[in-house]
Design a protein around this ligand. Structure first.
Ligand code: GLY
Length: 353
């Protein structure tokens, strides 16, 4: 069992290990006064773990309500959040009660947003069951839903009070869902100095990398909780990744978009000599070995156009995260109307294929 303290406002513990879902009730009860819990989960995860988690909360003295929604990015809407809030209201939850997000990134994001809104702010705990949400989405307090025009355009910073990463849940994860989590692990490798990249290259079991991924992210979030600067580095691959998700009508996984997005950013940086040669090829190899896509049929121009709505856009400029060395990235603000030209070099190698 490993424990990481995420130093935000307020600080909280992220715990990584086997069997943690059965401890959700006692660990939450030890932290919070409320004794009503609303567990939110999707219809893929609920059949696997909802009864176990409900029992854990009942056993710890909680009155349990459940909210189950259709799995998938299509559910990440204000309409689902509204239904979740109505459910909390019907359960007569008060501000001292707690929401529990049981599942992947979509579940965590919309449950966190509902918790941020309910009675102007209610506690929530994250019970991530995917690699992606363990290493990234469940930590750091970003909550959001999508709007018609793009991904995560409506949200709030709202930190969970506890994160329990039960690594046993990874044993039932479908291959592509496991792979998309590796995209975020590889992203952290590209940002954190190279040691993590070496461990991924050496084929280390991803379960052994979860705690170090959380430590790395927690250190950045501690320094820049509200993404004024440093934390933007964690968006490596996301501007183009979100654009690809949108162009594909969310029929690709988030991690798949991020994988191709990191390659677009790396190719653009290499062709402008902003980083040494070899970064792009190493990243491509790592992503390929982990079963992630490394090309897209959409052209650079289409991707640039779709990226214009990204949250990283500020007026007429957009902040890109580009590699500058192995295991290190930098932020570069560029005029939004030059984006297509900057990534044009990707056509034939990553894009337009
Ligand atoms: N997923 C990037 C962040 O939490 O900042």
């Amino acid at each position: 069992m490993e424990s990481i303290i995420v130093q935000t406002s307020p600080s909280y513990e992220a715990v990584v290990g086997g069997g943690l879902l059965t401890e959700a009730g006692t660990r939450t009860a030890a932290l919070l006064k409320g004794r009503r819990v609303l567990i939110a989960s999707d219809d893929h995860v609920a059949p696997l773990y909802l009864e176990k988690v409900s029992e854990s909360y009942r056993h710890a003295g909680f009155q349990v309500s459940c909210f189950v929604f259709s799995a998938g990015e299509d559910s990440k809407t204000l309409s689902t959040v509204e239904k979740l809030l109505d459910s909390a209201d019907r359960a007569e939850m008060t501000r001292s009660d707690v929401f529990a997000a049981l599942g992947g990134g979509v579940t965590g994001d919309l449950t966190g947003l509902a918790a941020a809104l309910y009675q102007r702010g209610t506690d929530f705990v994250q019970l991530p069951t995917t690699l992606l949400s363990m290493v990234d989405a469940s930590v750091g307090g970003k909550t959001a839903v999508n709007l018609r025009n793009g991904k995560n355009l409506c949200g709030a910073f709202h930190q969970p009070r506890l994160v329990l990463c039960d690594t046993d849940t990874l044993d039932t994860l479908p291959g592509p869902v496991y792979a998309e989590g590796m995209a975020e692990v590889i992203k952290h490798g590209a940002l954190s100095g190279g040691v993590l990249l070496d461990r991924i290259l050496a084929g280390e079991d991803p379960k052994n990398l979860i705690a170090d991924n959380i430590r790395f992210k927690a250190d950045i979030v501690r320094q820049d909780e509200y993404e004024k600067g440093l934390r933007q580095l964690l968006n490596f691959g996301h501007t183009f990744g979100h654009a690809l998700e949108k162009l594909n009508h969310y029929a690709i996984y988030h991690g798949e978009g991020v994988a191709i997005g990191m390659l677009i950013a790396s190719k653009a940086a290499e062709s402008r000599k902003l980083c040494p040669p070899g970064i792009f090829q190493e990243l491509k190899k790592l992503l390929t070995v982990r079963g992630l896509p490394v090309t897209t049929g959409f052209t650079a121009a289409q991707i640039a156009q779709a990226a214009m709505n990204d949250k990283k856009r500020r007026g007429d400029s957009i902040t890109l995260v580009l590699p500058e060395a192995r295991g290190r990235c930098r932020l570069l603000q560029v005029p939004a109307n030059r984006l297509a030209e900057i990534i044009q070099c990707c056509d034939g190698e990553v894009t337009g294929l």
